[in-house]
Design a protein around this ligand. Structure first.
Ligand code: AMP
Ligand code: ZN
Length: 143
């Protein structure tokens, strides 16, 4: 389903141009318009889903398959030394476009960038008991 107000749905519908690097019935990938590094690529489901939680598992798995293949293609295309592959899942995590998308951000030796561990300001100091409690809650949440 397409959302008229969504820029990524408009890209899927061809109403906004994109530098498409991959497309099939379920997923589409295109270069980020404001790249963090050469080759910065976004991979999206064609259907409008806002977050990973909203995305049906088969669609999410398909998007991840595309991410997996494109991660190699992108890194080879720009001769990268690595990549950060990540989702900003939800506004609190920095998601600006509310149509779920995975980023492939090529990385280069000495590019001055930082690892994914740098996304939070300060790490929480969690006791063993608290970690056990969190692990149990996550375990109990699974379908
Ligand atoms: P996020 O903060 O994870 O929602 O990232 C949204 C990304 O979409 C940003 O990296 C933007 O540069 C990118 N973006 C926004 N509009 C477009 C567009 N029309 N074409 C390609 N990328 C876009
Ligand atoms: Zn959308």
């Amino acid at each position: 389903m397409s959302n008229d107000d969504c820029i990524f749905c408009q890209i899927v519908d061809g109403d906004i141009p994109s530098r498409t690097v991959f497309e099939d019935d379920t997923a589409k990938a295109f270069l980020d318009a404001n790249p963090l590094s050469p080759g910065h690529t976004l991979v999206i489901p064609k259907e409008h889903h806002e977050t990973l939680e909203d995305t049906p598992e088969d669609v999410a798995a398909h998007v991840f398959g595309a991410l997996h293949r494109l991660n190699t293609a992108v890194q080879h295309a720009v001769d990268a030394d690595g990549a950060n592959v990540a989702f900003n899942d939800g506004e609190a995590a920095g998601q600006e476009v509310p149509h779920v998308h995975g980023h492939i951000i090529p990385r280069f030796e000495d590019d001055g960038g930082r690892p994914i561990h740098a996304i939070v300001g300060e790490r929480p100091d969690l006791s063993d008991a608290k970690l056990d409690e969190i692990a149990e809650k996550i375990h109990n949440q699974r379908d």
